[in-house]
Design a binder for this molecule. Structure first.
Ligand SMILES: C[S@@+](CC[C@H](N)C(=O)[O-])C[C@H]1O[C@@H](n2cnc3c(N)ncnc32)[C@H](O)[C@@H]1O
Length: 386
Protein backbone atom coordinates (compact mmCIF):
# COMPACT_ATOMS: atom_id res chain seq x y z
CA UNK A 1 0.00 0.00 0.00
CA UNK A 2 1.24 3.46 -0.81
CA UNK A 3 1.90 5.81 2.12
CA UNK A 4 0.69 8.73 0.13
CA UNK A 5 -0.18 9.36 -3.46
CA UNK A 6 1.02 12.26 -5.53
CA UNK A 7 0.08 12.24 -9.17
CA UNK A 8 3.03 10.94 -11.09
CA UNK A 9 4.98 10.15 -7.89
CA UNK A 10 4.42 7.18 -5.51
CA UNK A 11 6.16 6.34 -2.23
CA UNK A 12 5.74 2.65 -1.39
CA UNK A 13 5.15 1.45 2.16
CA UNK A 14 8.02 -1.12 1.95
CA UNK A 15 11.26 -0.29 3.90
CA UNK A 16 13.79 1.86 2.14
CA UNK A 17 16.49 -0.84 1.96
CA UNK A 18 14.10 -3.36 0.49
CA UNK A 19 12.81 -0.74 -1.83
CA UNK A 20 16.31 0.24 -3.03
CA UNK A 21 17.12 -3.43 -3.68
CA UNK A 22 14.02 -3.77 -5.62
CA UNK A 23 14.79 -0.54 -7.47
CA UNK A 24 18.32 -1.67 -8.39
CA UNK A 25 16.86 -4.90 -9.71
CA UNK A 26 14.25 -2.92 -11.53
CA UNK A 27 16.96 -0.67 -13.10
CA UNK A 28 18.25 -3.64 -15.03
CA UNK A 29 14.83 -4.17 -16.53
CA UNK A 30 12.93 -0.93 -16.40
CA UNK A 31 9.33 -1.41 -15.58
CA UNK A 32 6.48 0.23 -17.30
CA UNK A 33 6.00 2.08 -14.09
CA UNK A 34 9.40 3.73 -14.37
CA UNK A 35 8.67 4.65 -17.97
CA UNK A 36 5.57 6.25 -16.72
CA UNK A 37 7.48 8.00 -13.92
CA UNK A 38 9.91 9.55 -16.52
CA UNK A 39 7.63 12.28 -17.70
CA UNK A 40 7.82 13.89 -21.09
CA UNK A 41 9.09 17.01 -19.30
CA UNK A 42 12.35 15.15 -18.54
CA UNK A 43 12.86 14.25 -22.20
CA UNK A 44 12.27 17.85 -23.14
CA UNK A 45 14.71 18.89 -20.52
CA UNK A 46 17.32 16.55 -22.01
CA UNK A 47 16.70 17.98 -25.43
CA UNK A 48 17.02 21.56 -24.23
CA UNK A 49 20.24 20.63 -22.44
CA UNK A 50 21.56 19.01 -25.60
CA UNK A 51 20.70 22.04 -27.68
CA UNK A 52 22.05 24.54 -25.20
CA UNK A 53 25.19 22.96 -23.84
CA UNK A 54 25.17 19.26 -24.13
CA UNK A 55 27.68 17.18 -26.00
CA UNK A 56 28.47 18.73 -29.39
CA UNK A 57 29.25 16.95 -32.62
CA UNK A 58 32.89 16.32 -31.66
CA UNK A 59 31.85 15.03 -28.28
CA UNK A 60 33.30 18.09 -26.56
CA UNK A 61 31.25 19.81 -23.93
CA UNK A 62 30.00 23.16 -25.16
CA UNK A 63 28.82 26.11 -23.14
CA UNK A 64 25.17 26.74 -22.75
CA UNK A 65 24.99 29.69 -25.13
CA UNK A 66 23.63 30.29 -28.59
CA UNK A 67 27.05 29.81 -30.24
CA UNK A 68 26.33 26.09 -30.27
CA UNK A 69 22.91 26.39 -31.73
CA UNK A 70 23.16 25.27 -35.36
CA UNK A 71 22.21 27.96 -37.84
CA UNK A 72 23.14 30.91 -35.58
CA UNK A 73 25.87 33.25 -36.90
CA UNK A 74 28.23 32.46 -34.00
CA UNK A 75 27.92 28.81 -34.66
CA UNK A 76 28.56 29.29 -38.38
CA UNK A 77 31.70 31.23 -37.56
CA UNK A 78 32.88 28.42 -35.32
CA UNK A 79 32.17 25.94 -38.09
CA UNK A 80 34.14 27.98 -40.60
CA UNK A 81 37.04 28.30 -38.16
CA UNK A 82 36.99 24.57 -37.63
CA UNK A 83 37.14 24.03 -41.38
CA UNK A 84 40.10 26.39 -41.66
CA UNK A 85 41.88 24.63 -38.78
CA UNK A 86 41.29 21.34 -40.49
CA UNK A 87 42.73 22.66 -43.77
CA UNK A 88 45.80 23.95 -41.95
CA UNK A 89 46.25 20.62 -40.19
CA UNK A 90 46.04 18.87 -43.56
CA UNK A 91 48.75 21.15 -44.97
CA UNK A 92 51.03 20.60 -41.98
CA UNK A 93 50.63 16.87 -42.37
CA UNK A 94 51.53 17.05 -46.08
CA UNK A 95 54.80 19.03 -45.44
CA UNK A 96 57.95 16.93 -45.91
CA UNK A 97 59.41 15.69 -42.69
CA UNK A 98 62.97 16.76 -41.83
CA UNK A 99 65.49 14.43 -43.37
CA UNK A 100 67.38 12.04 -41.22
CA UNK A 101 71.12 12.04 -41.67
CA UNK A 102 71.09 8.84 -43.82
CA UNK A 103 68.35 10.29 -46.07
CA UNK A 104 70.36 13.30 -47.14
CA UNK A 105 72.13 11.63 -50.05
CA UNK A 106 69.09 9.67 -51.04
CA UNK A 107 67.50 10.39 -54.41
CA UNK A 108 64.03 9.31 -53.31
CA UNK A 109 61.22 11.66 -54.37
CA UNK A 110 60.96 12.93 -50.83
CA UNK A 111 64.65 13.75 -50.61
CA UNK A 112 64.53 15.43 -54.03
CA UNK A 113 61.64 17.51 -52.84
CA UNK A 114 63.55 18.26 -49.68
CA UNK A 115 66.65 19.27 -51.66
CA UNK A 116 64.53 21.54 -53.80
CA UNK A 117 63.18 23.13 -50.68
CA UNK A 118 66.69 23.62 -49.39
CA UNK A 119 67.75 25.04 -52.74
CA UNK A 120 64.83 27.42 -52.75
CA UNK A 121 65.66 28.42 -49.22
CA UNK A 122 69.29 29.01 -50.24
CA UNK A 123 68.13 31.08 -53.20
CA UNK A 124 65.83 33.18 -51.10
CA UNK A 125 68.52 33.69 -48.47
CA UNK A 126 71.05 34.70 -51.12
CA UNK A 127 68.59 37.15 -52.67
CA UNK A 128 67.92 38.49 -49.18
CA UNK A 129 71.64 38.96 -48.68
CA UNK A 130 72.03 40.63 -52.03
CA UNK A 131 69.20 43.04 -51.25
CA UNK A 132 70.85 43.70 -47.91
CA UNK A 133 74.17 44.18 -49.68
CA UNK A 134 72.65 46.55 -52.20
CA UNK A 135 70.98 48.51 -49.42
CA UNK A 136 74.17 48.96 -47.42
CA UNK A 137 76.09 49.80 -50.59
CA UNK A 138 73.49 52.47 -51.30
CA UNK A 139 73.99 53.92 -47.85
CA UNK A 140 77.69 54.19 -47.79
CA UNK A 141 79.59 52.42 -50.55
CA UNK A 142 81.98 51.60 -47.71
CA UNK A 143 79.60 49.99 -45.30
CA UNK A 144 78.93 53.21 -43.37
CA UNK A 145 75.59 54.71 -42.47
CA UNK A 146 74.77 58.25 -43.60
CA UNK A 147 75.54 59.55 -40.12
CA UNK A 148 78.85 57.68 -39.97
CA UNK A 149 79.70 58.96 -43.45
CA UNK A 150 79.06 62.54 -42.37
CA UNK A 151 81.21 62.06 -39.28
CA UNK A 152 83.97 60.47 -41.34
CA UNK A 153 83.92 63.39 -43.78
CA UNK A 154 84.27 65.86 -40.91
CA UNK A 155 87.15 63.87 -39.47
CA UNK A 156 88.85 63.58 -42.88
CA UNK A 157 88.41 67.33 -43.37
CA UNK A 158 89.90 68.09 -39.96
CA UNK A 159 92.81 65.73 -40.61
CA UNK A 160 93.47 67.33 -44.02
CA UNK A 161 93.59 70.79 -42.44
CA UNK A 162 96.05 69.63 -39.76
CA UNK A 163 98.39 68.00 -42.31
CA UNK A 164 98.10 71.03 -44.58
CA UNK A 165 98.96 73.38 -41.73
CA UNK A 166 101.95 71.20 -40.84
CA UNK A 167 103.26 71.29 -44.40
CA UNK A 168 103.04 75.10 -44.55
CA UNK A 169 104.41 75.78 -41.08
CA UNK A 170 107.35 73.43 -41.00
CA UNK A 171 110.53 73.05 -43.03
CA UNK A 172 110.62 70.71 -46.03
CA UNK A 173 112.91 68.35 -44.12
CA UNK A 174 110.33 68.00 -41.33
CA UNK A 175 107.54 67.48 -43.90
CA UNK A 176 109.59 64.83 -45.69
CA UNK A 177 110.23 63.11 -42.36
CA UNK A 178 106.51 63.15 -41.55
CA UNK A 179 105.57 61.58 -44.90
CA UNK A 180 108.30 58.97 -44.64
CA UNK A 181 107.27 57.92 -41.14
CA UNK A 182 103.66 57.46 -42.26
CA UNK A 183 102.97 57.45 -46.04
CA UNK A 184 99.25 57.33 -45.24
CA UNK A 185 99.54 61.03 -44.41
CA UNK A 186 100.33 61.71 -48.08
CA UNK A 187 97.17 59.90 -49.22
CA UNK A 188 95.04 61.63 -46.60
CA UNK A 189 96.42 65.00 -47.65
CA UNK A 190 95.71 64.35 -51.33
CA UNK A 191 92.18 63.05 -50.75
CA UNK A 192 91.47 66.31 -48.89
CA UNK A 193 93.25 68.40 -51.50
CA UNK A 194 91.29 66.87 -54.38
CA UNK A 195 88.10 67.59 -52.45
CA UNK A 196 89.13 71.26 -52.13
CA UNK A 197 90.04 71.51 -55.81
CA UNK A 198 86.49 70.45 -56.78
CA UNK A 199 85.13 73.68 -55.34
CA UNK A 200 87.54 75.91 -57.32
CA UNK A 201 86.45 77.47 -60.62
CA UNK A 202 89.68 76.31 -62.28
CA UNK A 203 92.72 74.31 -61.34
CA UNK A 204 96.28 75.52 -62.14
CA UNK A 205 97.24 72.05 -63.33
CA UNK A 206 94.47 72.13 -65.95
CA UNK A 207 95.81 75.49 -67.11
CA UNK A 208 99.36 74.10 -67.49
CA UNK A 209 98.15 70.99 -69.28
CA UNK A 210 96.42 73.18 -71.87
CA UNK A 211 99.40 75.49 -72.17
CA UNK A 212 102.07 72.79 -72.57
CA UNK A 213 100.12 70.40 -74.78
CA UNK A 214 101.37 72.10 -77.97
CA UNK A 215 105.05 72.03 -77.05
CA UNK A 216 107.39 70.00 -79.26
CA UNK A 217 107.87 66.36 -78.28
CA UNK A 218 110.86 65.67 -76.04
CA UNK A 219 110.35 68.94 -74.21
CA UNK A 220 111.51 68.09 -70.68
CA UNK A 221 109.21 69.32 -67.94
CA UNK A 222 110.01 69.03 -64.21
CA UNK A 223 106.85 69.15 -62.11
CA UNK A 224 108.02 70.09 -58.60
CA UNK A 225 105.53 69.00 -55.93
CA UNK A 226 103.51 67.08 -58.50
CA UNK A 227 100.98 65.49 -56.10
CA UNK A 228 99.10 62.79 -57.97
CA UNK A 229 101.03 63.56 -61.19
CA UNK A 230 98.13 64.94 -63.20
CA UNK A 231 100.55 66.83 -65.46
CA UNK A 232 102.63 63.72 -66.31
CA UNK A 233 99.52 61.65 -66.92
CA UNK A 234 98.20 64.20 -69.40
CA UNK A 235 101.40 65.22 -71.19
CA UNK A 236 103.45 62.01 -71.43
CA UNK A 237 100.92 60.44 -73.85
CA UNK A 238 101.41 63.56 -76.01
CA UNK A 239 105.13 62.88 -76.39
CA UNK A 240 106.47 65.30 -73.76
CA UNK A 241 108.89 64.13 -71.10
CA UNK A 242 107.57 64.97 -67.66
CA UNK A 243 109.32 64.19 -64.41
CA UNK A 244 107.23 64.55 -61.30
CA UNK A 245 108.81 65.03 -57.85
CA UNK A 246 107.11 64.83 -54.51
CA UNK A 247 107.68 63.84 -50.88
CA UNK A 248 106.15 60.41 -51.55
CA UNK A 249 106.26 58.35 -54.72
CA UNK A 250 102.98 56.51 -55.11
CA UNK A 251 103.29 55.76 -58.83
CA UNK A 252 105.80 55.37 -61.64
CA UNK A 253 105.20 59.01 -62.59
CA UNK A 254 106.54 60.32 -59.28
CA UNK A 255 110.11 60.45 -58.02
CA UNK A 256 110.50 60.89 -54.29
CA UNK A 257 112.52 64.00 -53.53
CA UNK A 258 112.57 67.07 -51.32
CA UNK A 259 112.28 69.80 -53.94
CA UNK A 260 113.68 72.34 -51.49
CA UNK A 261 116.77 70.32 -50.81
CA UNK A 262 118.31 68.59 -53.80
CA UNK A 263 116.62 67.42 -56.99
CA UNK A 264 118.05 64.20 -58.46
CA UNK A 265 118.81 66.00 -61.73
CA UNK A 266 122.03 67.30 -63.22
CA UNK A 267 122.64 71.04 -63.15
CA UNK A 268 125.02 73.79 -62.37
CA UNK A 269 125.14 76.00 -59.34
CA UNK A 270 126.26 78.84 -61.52
CA UNK A 271 129.83 79.84 -61.65
CA UNK A 272 132.22 82.33 -60.31
CA UNK A 273 132.54 83.48 -63.90
CA UNK A 274 129.63 83.31 -66.37
CA UNK A 275 131.34 80.79 -68.66
CA UNK A 276 129.81 77.66 -67.22
CA UNK A 277 126.27 79.09 -67.35
CA UNK A 278 124.03 76.45 -68.90
CA UNK A 279 126.44 73.52 -68.47
CA UNK A 280 124.80 70.17 -67.70
CA UNK A 281 121.31 71.59 -67.44
CA UNK A 282 118.59 69.62 -69.16
CA UNK A 283 115.18 70.82 -68.01
CA UNK A 284 113.20 73.06 -70.38
CA UNK A 285 110.28 73.92 -68.12
CA UNK A 286 109.85 73.87 -64.33
CA UNK A 287 106.30 73.91 -62.93
CA UNK A 288 105.54 74.78 -59.29
CA UNK A 289 101.78 74.46 -58.98
CA UNK A 290 100.80 75.35 -55.42
CA UNK A 291 103.89 73.55 -54.18
CA UNK A 292 105.89 76.28 -52.44
CA UNK A 293 104.83 74.94 -49.09
CA UNK A 294 107.66 74.47 -46.59
CA UNK A 295 109.05 77.48 -44.75
CA UNK A 296 112.26 77.06 -46.81
CA UNK A 297 110.46 77.25 -50.20
CA UNK A 298 112.99 79.81 -51.67
CA UNK A 299 115.45 76.87 -51.87
CA UNK A 300 113.06 75.21 -54.33
CA UNK A 301 113.46 78.15 -56.73
CA UNK A 302 117.22 77.93 -56.33
CA UNK A 303 117.00 74.26 -57.36
CA UNK A 304 114.78 75.21 -60.29
CA UNK A 305 117.43 77.62 -61.52
CA UNK A 306 120.14 74.92 -61.12
CA UNK A 307 118.38 72.35 -63.33
CA UNK A 308 116.91 74.65 -66.00
CA UNK A 309 118.55 75.23 -69.36
CA UNK A 310 119.50 78.85 -70.12
CA UNK A 311 116.34 80.81 -70.89
CA UNK A 312 114.34 77.89 -69.46
CA UNK A 313 110.84 78.62 -68.15
CA UNK A 314 109.70 78.74 -64.56
CA UNK A 315 105.93 78.62 -64.02
CA UNK A 316 104.58 79.37 -60.56
CA UNK A 317 100.93 79.19 -59.48
CA UNK A 318 100.11 80.25 -55.94
CA UNK A 319 97.01 81.00 -53.93
CA UNK A 320 96.62 84.79 -54.13
CA UNK A 321 95.80 85.21 -50.45
CA UNK A 322 99.22 83.80 -49.52
CA UNK A 323 101.16 86.84 -50.75
CA UNK A 324 102.10 89.33 -48.08
CA UNK A 325 103.64 91.58 -50.75
CA UNK A 326 103.51 90.38 -54.32
CA UNK A 327 106.30 92.75 -55.49
CA UNK A 328 108.65 91.55 -52.78
CA UNK A 329 107.89 88.03 -53.96
CA UNK A 330 108.79 88.94 -57.56
CA UNK A 331 111.99 90.65 -56.40
CA UNK A 332 113.03 87.58 -54.47
CA UNK A 333 112.51 85.30 -57.51
CA UNK A 334 114.42 87.75 -59.67
CA UNK A 335 117.30 87.77 -57.18
CA UNK A 336 117.66 83.98 -57.62
CA UNK A 337 118.33 84.41 -61.37
CA UNK A 338 114.96 84.83 -63.15
CA UNK A 339 113.24 87.49 -65.17
CA UNK A 340 109.49 87.99 -64.96
CA UNK A 341 107.77 87.37 -68.31
CA UNK A 342 104.14 87.67 -67.19
CA UNK A 343 101.83 87.69 -64.24
CA UNK A 344 98.16 86.70 -64.41
CA UNK A 345 95.93 87.87 -61.59
CA UNK A 346 92.65 87.33 -63.37
CA UNK A 347 91.82 84.18 -61.50
CA UNK A 348 89.80 84.60 -58.32
CA UNK A 349 91.92 82.07 -56.41
CA UNK A 350 95.44 81.97 -57.90
CA UNK A 351 98.10 84.19 -59.31
CA UNK A 352 100.09 82.75 -62.19
CA UNK A 353 103.70 83.82 -62.87
CA UNK A 354 105.93 83.13 -65.87
CA UNK A 355 109.68 83.59 -65.41
CA UNK A 356 112.74 82.95 -67.62
CA UNK A 357 116.09 81.81 -66.35
CA UNK A 358 118.78 84.40 -66.77
CA UNK A 359 122.47 84.35 -65.92
CA UNK A 360 123.49 85.49 -62.49
CA UNK A 361 126.53 86.15 -60.49
CA UNK A 362 127.60 83.54 -58.00
CA UNK A 363 126.22 84.23 -54.53
CA UNK A 364 127.94 83.87 -51.22
CA UNK A 365 126.63 81.58 -48.48
CA UNK A 366 125.54 84.67 -46.58
CA UNK A 367 123.54 85.90 -49.59
CA UNK A 368 121.87 82.51 -49.98
CA UNK A 369 121.03 82.45 -46.26
CA UNK A 370 119.34 85.83 -46.64
CA UNK A 371 117.30 84.60 -49.62
CA UNK A 372 116.45 81.42 -47.71
CA UNK A 373 115.10 83.42 -44.80
CA UNK A 374 112.43 85.11 -46.90
CA UNK A 375 109.95 82.23 -46.56
CA UNK A 376 107.55 84.51 -44.70
CA UNK A 377 106.78 86.34 -47.97
CA UNK A 378 104.20 83.62 -48.47
CA UNK A 379 101.65 83.02 -45.71
CA UNK A 380 100.43 79.50 -44.98
CA UNK A 381 97.34 78.64 -46.96
CA UNK A 382 94.57 77.82 -44.52
CA UNK A 383 91.51 75.99 -45.83
CA UNK A 384 88.14 76.64 -44.28
CA UNK A 385 86.04 73.94 -42.65
CA UNK A 386 83.87 72.17 -45.21
C1 LIG B 1 98.87 71.62 -53.00
S1 LIG B 1 99.62 70.19 -53.59
C2 LIG B 1 99.60 70.49 -55.32
C3 LIG B 1 99.84 69.26 -56.12
C4 LIG B 1 99.91 69.49 -57.62
N1 LIG B 1 101.00 70.33 -58.00
C5 LIG B 1 98.59 70.03 -58.12
O1 LIG B 1 98.52 71.23 -58.37
O2 LIG B 1 97.66 69.25 -58.27
C6 LIG B 1 101.29 70.54 -53.18
C7 LIG B 1 102.21 69.36 -53.37
O3 LIG B 1 103.54 69.78 -53.15
C8 LIG B 1 104.21 68.75 -52.43
N2 LIG B 1 105.36 69.34 -51.71
C9 LIG B 1 105.35 70.33 -50.81
N3 LIG B 1 106.60 70.56 -50.36
C10 LIG B 1 107.39 69.65 -50.97
C11 LIG B 1 108.79 69.36 -50.90
N4 LIG B 1 109.62 70.03 -50.11
N5 LIG B 1 109.28 68.40 -51.69
C12 LIG B 1 108.46 67.69 -52.50
N6 LIG B 1 107.14 67.91 -52.61
C13 LIG B 1 106.62 68.89 -51.85
C14 LIG B 1 103.16 68.22 -51.51
O4 LIG B 1 103.49 66.94 -51.05
C15 LIG B 1 101.96 68.23 -52.41
O5 LIG B 1 101.85 67.03 -53.13
Amino acid sequence: MALFDVPGWTVQATPVAEQSNRLSKKRKRPSLDTEKVQPTEINLDKLVKKLKGGANRDGAKGSADSSNVPGTSKCMKRERKKERDLEERKQIISLPKPLKRHDRTSTSPQSTKRLETKHERKESSSSYNSILGRKSAEVAGSGLTALQQGMKQSLDGARFRIINENLYKSSSQAAHQLMRSDPKVFDEYHVGFRHQVQSWPTNPVEHYIAQLSNRPPKTLVADLGCGDAALSKALVPKGLMVMGFDLVSDSAYVVEADICHRLPLPGSEGSEDEKSFGEGQIVDVVVCALSLMGTNWPNCLREAWRVLVPNGELKIAEVTSRFTDIEDFQSLVTSIGFKLSSMDKTNTHFTLFEFRKVSRKCKSAKEWAKIGSKGSLLKPCEYKRR
